[in-house]
Ligand binder design. Structure first.
Ligand code: CMX
Ligand code: CO
Length: 146
């Protein structure tokens, strides 16, 4: 079951400048940064609020680290802006399977690694009324001792 908004993914040209905008304008601080080589991004997670299911909600700022990455291609076409939304679930495998049964294309056979050790998959935007949609099970939910 999808129980929360995990994050909103925003594509930007320069991560440091964009992080500074979110800090100076809204007071949001960086909670975590990492490079995800597989996804081709350097990212900053800005934690907005915690939720009762052990997860939290974030703004995910994404800067491409290679020109052939999905985010680089998207930025070239669209410029900076909202790239995807992500729903949180305790069971990304089960929810992805259920959604696939409904005829929506799930992009990965099995969930891959997302921010902070989470497990993620994506639904094709053309099957979701134009919205690239990510499903996330956070590491905190799977191993609450961490
Ligand atoms: N939101 C909405 N529509 C999108 C989109 C997005 N982010 N990205 C692409 N599309 C649309 C395009 O506009 C295009 O539509 P038209 O045919 O009408 O022009 C269509 O989908 C195909 O787009 P494309 O530019 O040819 O791109 P690809 O098919 O090569 O890739 C997708 C699209 C969704 C398969 C790819 O972006 C993908 O695999 N995404 C999942 C991984 C990802 O986004 N990783 C980065 C974030 C990592 C993280 O969150 O941790
Ligand atoms: Co994301």
């Amino acid at each position: 079951m999808l129980t929360r908004i995990d994050h909103i993914g925003i594509a930007c040209l320069d991560l440091d400048t964009t992080v500074e905008f979110y800090r100076a304008t809204y007071g949001f601080e960086v909670f975590h940064t990492e490079v995800n080589e597989e996804q081709g991004v350097r990212e900053a997670m800005l934690r907005i609020n915690g939720t009762s299911d052990g997860g939290a909600s974030y703004i995910q700022l994404l800067q491409p680290v290679r020109p052939d990455s999905t985010v680089a291609k998207w930025l070239e076409k669209n410029g900076e802006g909202v790239h995807h939304i992500a729903f949180g679930t305790e069971d990304v495998d089960g929810d992805a399977a259920d959604i696939r049964e409904k005829g929506v294309r799930v992009l990965y056979e099995a969930p891959r690694r997302g921010s902070m050790g989470s497990r993620i998959t994506f639904l094709h935007p053309k099957d979701c009324h134009g919205v690239l949609t990510e499903l996330v099970t956070s590491a905190a939910v799977e191993s609450p001792e961490h």
